[in-house]
Design a protein around this ligand. Structure first.
Ligand code: GDP
Ligand code: IMO
Ligand code: MG
Length: 428
């Protein structure tokens, strides 16, 4: 099973990091293909917690070659901080490869992210403030700075000058901020050049050759389907393609090389930041999920919004991504609930809608139609096989599988690396 894509099904934080880590020992390469340090993946190994933002979670597995591909936006300060942090904890980070075509997050992108959010007032997206949107905007606008630009001081100088000419007008005249000097940006970027140089590679070619040798490559998505800039809840999305198609454009590997597409989905739903969320709970049940699931952002520490499982979203995810397997996480968090509601469809202006509405305002107005399932009280965190789960937990999983139309191949019952029930081999 050489090329495998792993993405988030909902609004992020489904447990993609843990799922990647689970597959780690059987992988040769793990590729991050979209997003930047807006992501936050928590992986727990033998009780030790690792929080990764920019680096792919596969970096925690010895022998795996982690790759930051062309579709990623890189904050160099964060990159080296994260590498140093892992090195100090004994993780071997020497294999990392970085695409020469990846774009760089500069100080002006970070400033612009924060001031535009402030300017939006009530219409704020609630971004992570890491400069992600402005960096992708420059990429599409053909005004971005790429990794390879750092190796030619003249080119870098020209590109930063070009970008700042426009942006300083904006900062000064529209946002009432101080202008940013070309030299300060160029000097900051150049201060990383010597550390960056040995990491840079033609990662598309590298991955192509690895696949030709029959090696296993996992493409690890940041964010998730509903945060995808094309297929998510626009404009309350991130600025990249977090869906499986993004693995192709974001890495330079052709679509017909992909063998399997795994989507990670939580047994309930969470969202960070603003935007529609039909099953959101603003009551004690929302509180229950938040507390029991420790739903606080890995990146910004913000409390995640919580709600019941939304089956139309999972069906949508299966369709948009071509999902072959779901990994259902955090089933253990639902333990103790007497009844568990699942959204099976929506009502929009008095009409039943079985699918995620294409119109954003319809989605804003969608109210969930729930079906309730009986809960269980037994602790399931130590369960390792499906038939050992309480019957009601089994039935809950089977119902979700049926509604999603795609098999649930693994089930998370706790944050630990080993706390997983495998029903079907994800790589077999
Ligand atoms: P990611 O962004 O998709 O990698 O997910 P995050 O790491 O941001 O958030 C998922 C959180 O859930 C992390 O704190 C994980 O340790 C935790 N987690 C993952 N799987 C499970 C599970 O099956 N049960 C429980 N209780 N926690 C889990
Ligand atoms: P992982 O990979 C959850 C959300 C932000 C905001 C919107 C846009 O850990 O699942 P951005 O800074 O990307 O421009 O913010 O997207 N967001 C995430 N929410 N998990 C993430 O990543 C996210 N990355 C971005 O909260 O609503
Ligand atoms: Mg996360």
């Amino acid at each position: 099973m050489p090329a495998v894509v792993l993405i988030g099904a909902q609004w992020g934080d489904e447990g993609k990091g843990k799922a990647t880590d689970l597959l780690g020992p059987r992988l040769d390469y793990v590729v991050k293909f979209n997003g930047g340090n807006n992501a936050g993946h928590t992986v727990v190994i033998d009780g030790d917690k690792y929080a990764l933002h920019l680096l792919p979670s596969g970096i925690l597995t010895p022998g795996v070659i982690p790759v930051i591909a062309n579709g990623v936006v890189i904050d160099l300060e964060v990159l080296f901080e994260e590498l140093d942090g892992l090195s100090r904890r004994g993780v071997d980070v020497s294999n990392l490869r970085v695409s020469a075509n990846a774009h760089i997050i500069t100080p002006y992108h970070r400033v612009l992210d924060r001031v535009t959010e402030r300017f939006l007032g009530k219409r704020q997206i609630g971004t992570t403030g890491r400069g992600i949107g402005p960096t992708y905007a420059d990429k599409i606008n053909r005004a971005g700075i790429r990794v390879q630009d750092l190796f030619d001081k003249n080119i870098l100088q020209q590109k930063v000058e070009g970008a700042l000419e426009q942006k300083n007008h904006l900062l000064l005249k529209v946002y009432n901020r101080r202008a940013i000097g070309v030299t300060e940006v160029v000097d900051e970027l150049l201060s990383y050049v010597e550390r960056l140089r040995p990491l840079v590679a033609d990662t598309s070619l590298l991955l192509h050759q690895a696949l030709n040798r029959g090696e296993t490559v996992l493409f690890e998505g940041g964010q998730a389907t509903m945060l995808d800039v094309d297929h998510g809840t626009y404009p309350f999305v991130t600025s990249s393609n977090a869906t499986s198609g993004g693995a192709v454009t974001g890495s330079g590997i052709a679509p017909n090389r992909i063998d399997r597409i795994i989507a990670v989905v939580k047994a309930y739903t969470t969202r960070v930041g603003a935007g529609p969320f039909p099953t959101e709970l603003c009551d004690e049940w929302g509180e229950f999920l938040s507390e029991r699931g420790h739903e606080f952002g890995t990146t910004t520490g913000r409390r995640r919004r919580t709600g019941w499982y939304d089956a139309p979203i999972t069906r949508y995810c299966a369709r948009i991504n071509g999902v072959t397997d779901f990994v259902l996480t955090k089933l253990d968090v639902l333990t103790g609930l007497e009844r568990i509601p699942v959204c099976v469809a929506y009502e929009v202006d008095g009409n039943r809608r079985d699918e995620v509405p294409v119109s954003q305002s319809d989605f804003h107005h969608a109210t969930p139609i729930y079906q309730e399932f009986p809960g269980w009280t037994e602790d399931i965190s130590g369960v390792r096989t499906f038939h050992e789960l309480p019957v009601n937990a089994q039935n809950y999983v089977l119902a979700l599988e049926n509604m999603g139309g795609t098999r649930i191949s693994a089930i998370g019952v706790g944050p630990g690396r080993e706390q997983i029930i495998v029903r079907h081999d994800l790589l077999g």
